[in-house]
Write a protein that binds this ligand. Structure first.
Ligand SMILES: [Zn+2]
Length: 405
């Protein structure tokens, strides 16, 4: 946790941050953001209280003694605690960066005023005057402030090019990135500007409340993108467009409708309640490929053929729909790294049979076949487009005793 002071006597980042949130911009904030900030503040205070340099005796839950072993229940509780403080630190870190990027704007605006008020002073002298004003309140040495300003300028540049979402959801590496400026230049801000709306689509659909954080500097922004992350088609350098709008040219009688589903839907009129994907002859506990144990319980599972889809921690697939520039309408673009050989997603849709004349995926064995139809429902795999130089392929896989693609 980067917010916990590392040594006694060193200025604590926690204290610095507590000062920031006690300042005036909070006064215009909504009750929701105030509550959130108060919760974070309470957590920060709790960290301080537990910190050995503040008070050495840490109160432990009664009955927990690490020397005699920790039960599954206690370990779960510790994991939950870890997650709670991790999340709180992430939120406070985001708030800190917002305020610091905003500080740069205020500083520049202050310099403009000082220049007008002191026409006889040189540009350098005016800047020094501004720095001194800040240092009086911050209680930092001028050199320390200047070092920080260099980093804060980086935050502002990121925000200016990629929008607030690009700064708020930047990983912990953003500090080093701005400190050493290794990746700046070489068209960095242009690239960031190009994906600005993609970042906002992801932020708005996956973390709808993120814009509330901006109230810390008095900004009130409304959510731009609603619904499922894949209901938006991203366009380079422009706002994303609703998926249905990209099918207007097809002039479908009832318009374009597509339902995003988390799991395949079984067409009971075709199969009753018997899932045709089930293969009774297969051992549901053994992987057909690696022969390791398959289990839906993560702790017990040992098959790691496709860990992001089966038997592991599942998170949203980092892909988005995008508008191709080659006239092929939509495609799917990766917004994160995929290791070679990893599964991108499961081909999901209506499990049915007897459909003719439209694209379907065929599944099953020689004796038992079914179709996966993505005409009305499914997931992003429906929008994976063709390529003469493909970088992915379709593959079948058995999870437990059922067939997947
Ligand atoms: Zn396996």
């Amino acid at each position: 946790m980067t917010h916990v002071p590392q040594s006694e006597g060193r200025p604590s980042v926690v204290f610095a941050w507590l000062c920031l949130i006690n300042q005036s911009p909070l006064q215009g904030a909504s009750p929701k953001v105030v509550t959130m900030l108060q919760q974070i503040q309470m957590a920060q205070l709790a960290i301080l209280k537990r910190h050995p340099f503040v008070r050495f005796t840490v109160t432990r839950e009664p009955g927990i003694d690490i020397r005699t072993g920790v039960s599954g229940e206690v370990f779960r509780a510790v994991n939950t605690l870890c997650l709670k403080y991790y999340n709180q630190c992430q939120s406070s870190r985001a708030l800190e960066m917002i305020v610091q990027a905003y500080w740069i704007e205020c500083y520049e605006a202050r310099i403009t005023v000082l220049r007008l008020e002191n026409p006889s002073l040189s540009a350098m002298e005016v800047r020094m005057m501004g720095l001194k004003e800040a240092c009086t309140v911050l209680n930092w040495k001028e050199k320390d402030l200047r070092n920080r300003i260099a980093i804060w300028r980086g935050y502002k540049e990121i925000k200016d090019a990629g929008g607030w979402a690009s700064l708020i959801f930047a990983s912990a590496g953003v500090y080093r990135f701005c400190k050493y400026r290794t990746g700046f230049g070489e068209g960095f801000s242009t690239r960031l500007r190009h994906i600005r709306s993609s970042l906002e689509v992801a932020a708005d659909t996956l973390h709808p409340g993120w814009r509330d954080l901006l109230q810390v500097i008095g900004l009130r922004e409304t959510r731009q993108y609603h619904g499922h992350p894949h209901e938006w088609v991203t366009v380079t350098g422009r706002p994303a467009v609703p998926l249905s709008a990209t099918y207007e040219h097809t002039q479908l009688p009832n318009g374009f409708h597509y339902r995003f589903i988390d799991d395949c839907v079984l067409d009971t009129s075709a199969f009753g309640t018997t899932d045709p994907r089930r293969v009774p002859e297969l051992d549901p506990d053994v992987c057909f490929v690696c022969k390791e144990r398959q289990s839906d319980e993560i702790e017990k599972n040992q098959c790691s053929c496709f860990p992001t889809l089966f038997g592991g921690v599942r998170s949203p697939v980092p892909v988005q729909l995008f508008h191709t520039t080659s006239g092929k309408n939509n495609g799917v673009i990766a917004r994160g790294n995929f290791d070679r050989g990893i599964a991108i997603g499961e081909f999901k849709g209506l499990i049915t049979k007897g459909i003719e004349g439209v694209d379907v995926m065929l599944g099953g064995t020689r004796t038992r076949t079914y179709q996966i139809f993505q005409g009305q429902m499914g997931n992003f795999t429906r929008f994976i487009n063709h390529s003469c130089r493909p970088n992915s392929q379709f593959q079948r896989f058995y999870w437990r005793d059922a067939h997947y693609g």
